[in-house]
Write a protein that binds this ligand. Structure first.
Ligand code: ADP
Length: 187
């Protein structure tokens, strides 16, 4: 069955999950966060799965084979036509593999939204989050690691999206409603 994909990307603290979820409701697309998927996988008790929790706790990327296996299984068993992916892909290899995978299936990457937020603003927002949330990876060290991976491994994907003609940059330093209105106007 034919499927369309939209990616929402931005640094930790950019508000990408909130925006992606609202956009999914508007478009009647399914929202998938690889972070959430892996968090529920990490709660299972098998040995191989315990490793997943270790990577996540440190803020490191979970091995690509594991991420792809859970994501592909999820995509293949669902009958929705559209998906908004949050937190995926995070590296050039993840993107290359995903493009090969969807090309084989004859599915399509429709659009990519990049939420631009300055590093200072992100850090400020995350500091508020550290106090509120109880996620095991919301520690200063793990967040620094995640921001570093975003800069070094995920941000370079923007060039690829630009070349593919699917990139839309959005100013993420506005109210949640304003950003959402902007996104809805561009899909
Ligand atoms: P954040 O956007 O704040 O980093 P997420 O919930 O998206 O939070 O991700 C949490 C963790 O899940 C990441 O630090 C990483 O360990 C793992 N993870 C999520 N998506 C991927 C991915 N595409 N590839 C590898 N690891 C991932």
């Amino acid at each position: 069955m034919y499927k369309n994909f939209i990616f929402v990307l931005g640094p930790q603290g950019s508000g990408k999950s909130t925006q992606a979820q609202k956009l999914a409701v508007y478009l009647n697309y399914r929202f998938i966060s690889t972070g959430e998927m892996l968090r529920s996988l990490a709660q299972k008790s098998s040995q191989s799965v315990k490793k997943v929790a270790e990577f996540m706790k440190k803020g490191e990327l979970v091995p690509i084979e594991i991420v792809e296996e859970v994501l592909h299984t999820e995509l293949e068993k669902s009958d929705e036509k559209g998906f908004i992916l949050d937190g995926y892909p995070r590296s050039i290899s993840q993107l290359q593999n995903f493009l090969a995978y969807i090309s084989e299936k004859k599915w399509k990457l429709e659009q990519v939204f990049y939420l631009k937020v300055s590093e200072d603003e992100c850090l400020e927002r995350i500091q508020g989050r550290i106090k509120e949330e109880k996620r095991p990876d919301e520690t200063v060290t793990a967040i620094k690691k995640r921001l570093e991976i975003f800069q070094n491994e995920t941000k370079p994907l923007l060039k690829e999206y630009y070349k593919l003609g699917v990139l839309q940059e959005v100013d993420g330093q506005r109210s949640v409603e304003e950003i959402q209105k902007d996104l809805r106007g561009r899909v």
